[in-house]
Design a protein around this ligand. Structure first.
Ligand code: PMV
Length: 316
């Protein structure tokens, strides 16, 4: 059996995080500069069912059977084998690597799952279709997130801009005119399960406050899709600013995020907002053509641990 390799990109949520959990639309795009990769190779001489899992970046080198049941990698392999109806595969080694920063709102967990299920299923001679890969990555997301909307696994699996409404068929869409965002990482790692849980508590305590905020986020996502599809990306800046204000009211912003957002705006960004779960993690800024490095520099000067510049629509 020849070795197989598969990858999946990172992702960024442009509009609609948190509200998406309550059924409102959100927009996410693949970030193809960063990727997770999985390589599966045969382990000749080892007994059937012997699976070795290696992820040097997290110092993991372990037989599959020694991993805890709720381990995301183990769960992905188990779900992939179950989907294929192969309880005891020929012995193999799975090697995982990723350039997607961990726990930073860039979809690292979902991308690793998608890459693993693709590489393992291809190795076993039955490459799974995107729908099955997406379903497996969604199940695994539940370990990280508790009650995920499904947006992360969808965008990294299909590697296309996605207009996502929980529970509805997947809608990918085209970017008419490419545009550039700079992603700034606060360096603060916050569990999405915690922020999603806090928002749920707030909503339960005061639905009259939260429903209009969620609805506002959904309307912004809807407008943004039209602007992206009709080639008016500059106007997305104002929508980012509006979405940020709503996210502040929802209670998921933080002083560190706002420092970076202000720095980006002062350096010439057309708009900026937090992206993903919030309280830490990443913010994004829409930048005019040719201004990305100036904004990235301003973000680093304001304390960003890392920046990524991504042109959306240039490769889809
Ligand atoms: O923290 P991230 O980038 O994985 O984003 C989570 C997005 C939320 O809307 C907050 C949660 C979800 O499951 O959609």
């Amino acid at each position: 059996m020849p070795a197989t390799r598969a990858t999946a990109p990172g992702k960024s949520i442009l509009f609609g995080e948190h509200a998406v959990v309550y059924g409102y639309p959100a927009i996410a795009v693949p970030i193809t500069q960063v990727r997770a990769a999985a390589v599966v190779s045969p382990s000749p001489g080892k007994p059937s069912g012997a699976v070795q899992v290696q992820a040097p970046e997290i110092a993991l080198d372990s037989p599959l059977n020694d991993l805890p049941l709720d381990d995301a990698i183990a769960k992905t392999i188990e779900l992939t084998l179950a989907q294929l109806g192969i309880p005891t595969p020929p012995a193999f080694t799975l090697r995982i690597s990723s350039t997607i920063p961990l726990a930073a709102g860039l979809g690292s967990g979902a991308a690793v799952s998608a890459a693993i299920s693709r590489a393992v299923s291809a190795f076993l001679g039955h490459p799974l279709p995107d729908e099955a890969v997406n379903a497996i990555a969604f199940e695994v997301e539940k370990i990280h997130h508790g009650t995920p909307s499904g947006i992360d696994n969808t965008v990294v699996t299909y590697a296309r801009p996605v207009y996502f409404i929980k529970g509805q068929p997947i809608q990918t869409f085209n970017v008419k005119t490419p545009f550039t965002i700079v992603i700034g990482d606060t360096g603060i790692k916050v569990s999405t399960a915690v922020t999603v849980g806090d928002v749920r508590q707030g909503w339960q305590a005061d639905p009259e406050k939260f429903e209009p905020l969620f609805e506002g986020c959904g309307q912004i996502a809807e407008k943004a899709r039209t602007l992206i599809e009709t080639g008016q990306p500059k106007a997305l800046g104002a929508l980012m600013d509006e979405n940020q204000t709503l996210l502040e009211h929802i209670g998921v912003s933080s002083p560190e995020l706002e420092t970076l957002i202000d720095a980006a705006r002062k350096a010439g960004a057309l708009g900026a907002k937090l992206s993903g779960g919030g309280r830490g993690g990443n913010m994004i800024a829409l930048v005019p053509p040719g201004q990305a490095e100036i904004v990235a520099e301003a973000l680093r000067a304001a304390g960003a641990a890392n920046t990524i510049t991504a042109t959306i629509g240039a490769d889809t």
